[in-house]
Design a protein around this ligand. Structure first.
Ligand code: PHE
Length: 455
């Protein structure tokens, strides 16, 4: 079977950036920043992107591009007859898990976009009202499931069109759209009267707030946000052509991802400050974008209802776009694995993944209502999926990827791949190998141990 490639350099970059930019940037990053003290956390986070994110991203890119295969086959080709293939398989399994619960939240963004478009938030003033809307909706046995299915089908629709006509084409439309919406929202937000203290929170570091836990949270966020550790970027890189400069692409994707995350911060904190909502940044929790933010928007633009309307509608539209380019990448990991390993047609393997994710996703969606009592160690099904995937599977996957390229992979092959056979320079080569061998795996080990309270 002829394997497809991304048709253009910019298409490849936007697809990889589309995977990275998602709910992790716009929803999770501001929450983590708020909880971990603002500017100082951001600096630590950027350090993690450089030390942890970039080396692993390079590794995933080079494994994928060299082997031109799905993530499990990639390891089989590079390390035949060894257990390394399990790193790839773990990635496929993680992709399947993450898609199922991520699509639940993505489905909520559809509901909220419709609420915003229908001007349903107008006139609501108290926090309790917003809380009720969210609780009633998320615990409903029907609508969250409907939106979950719609979202996965949307993803499915792009995936079955293939790599160039589906993933690449849609990324080229959706990513610029996303960037424009984010930029407009930042300008609106920071220019509101009273936004200053929110801006200051993001710019004036207070290093006394940096504890070990803050560093660990920053590392976890870097992982999640860059889509690392599950072979997502490895799969996308298998569609890169031989001329793609891997180091440059890594840099570009990391810059875009970090920029969008920072911009999300500059939407949320200044708006919250301007709204004079009494929202202490450190109080910001996971409900932020569904309970607090619609309220903040109404308060901030209280004097001009039309602006509140446009701002909210654009914000939820933005979330849908960001989430979609990420769910596409998770779906692709599983689809390409099944189609290549079991010799299935792409459409058939996509259909299997879509069906399985919907079934699993329904359980996650119901864990906010009917199945809220199904708990293990006090975690609901949704929490278990989220916790296991982001705190265990991604870091473990990432650690093994670093060990694989740092210790196992042939040095010459490594060098040839990142220099495109000697045509681009790689003066950083020795440093990169050192970081991959010692720094990255040890840092990740620290994250994992901390998740078990052992650190
Ligand atoms: N990086 C995505 C985000 O920020 C989430 C993601 C994780 C996507 C792992 C793919 C793989 O939302």
């Amino acid at each position: 079977m002829e394997r497809e490639n991304f048709g253009s350099k910019i298409g490849a970059i936007l697809a990889a950036a589309g995977s990275a930019v998602g709910l992790g940037n716009i929803w999770r990053f501001p929450i983590e920043t708020g909880r971990n003290g603002g500017a100082a956390f951001i600096l630590v986070y950027i350090g993690c992107i450089i030390l942890l994110g970039m080396p692993i991203m390079m590794s995933e890119f080079l494994i994928g591009r060299h082997t031109q295969s799905n993530t499990a086959r990639a390891y089989q080709k590079l390390a035949p007859g060894t257990p390394w293939k399990w790193v790839g398989r773990l990635g496929v399994f993680t992709g399947f898990f993450i898609l199922s619960y991520y699509a639940v939240v993505a489905g909520w963004t559809v509901e909220y976009a419709l609420l915003a478009l229908g001007n349903q938030f107008q006139g609501m003033t108290t926090k309790e009202e917003y809380e009720r809307v969210f609780t009633d909706f998320s615990s409903d046995p029907v609508w969250p499931i409907v939106w979950l299915i719609v979202f996965i089908l949307l993803t499915h629709f792009v995936i079955v069109r293939g790599v160039a006509r589906g993933i690449e084409r849609w990324s080229k439309v959706l990513m610029p759209l996303l960037f424009i919406i984010v930029a407009v929202l930042v300008v609106c937000s920071v220019s509101m009267p009273g936004a200053g203290s929110g801006v200051e929170f993001l710019l004036r570091p207070d290093f006394s707030k940096v504890t070990g836990k803050v560093v660990l949270n920053a590392m976890g966020q870097a992982f999640y946000s860059l889509s690392l550790g599950m072979g997502c970027l490895c799969t996308y890189a298998s569609y890169f052509d031989r001329k793609t400069n891997l180091a440059k692409t890594t840099l570009q994707v990391c810059i875009i991802d970090t920029l969008i995350a920072l911009m999300a911060g500059f939407i949320i904190f200044p708006a919250a400050a301007a709204a004079n909502y009494g929202l202490a940044p450190q109080d910001i929790g996971p409900n932020l974008i569904f309970i607090t933010l619609p309220n903040v928007f109404q308060h901030a633009f209280g004097a001009v209802p039309a602006l509140a309307y446009v701002f909210s509608a654009m914000f939820y539209l933005l979330l849908i776009v960001a989430a979609l380019t990420s769910t596409i990448s998770m779906h692709e990991v599983v689809t390409s694995y099944m189609s290549e390993e079991f010799n299935l047609k792409r459409s058939r393997s996509a259909l299997i993944e879509t069906t399985l994710s919907i079934v699993l996703g329904i359980f996650c969606a119901l864990s906010f209502g009917k199945l809220a009592d199904w708990r293990l160690l006090d975690m609901t099904i949704f929490d278990i999926f989220d916790w296991t995937a982001s705190n265990i599977c991604l870091p473990v996957g990432g650690m093994f990827i670093a060990l694989f390229t740092g210790w196992y992979l042939d040095r010459q092959l490594f060098r040839d791949e990142i220099t495109n056979g000697g045509t681009v320079r790689a003066p950083y080569f020795k440093v990169l190998i050192f970081v991959l061998r010692y720094i990255t795996p040890l840092l990740i080990l620290a994250i994992i141990l901390s998740n078990f309270g052992l650190f």
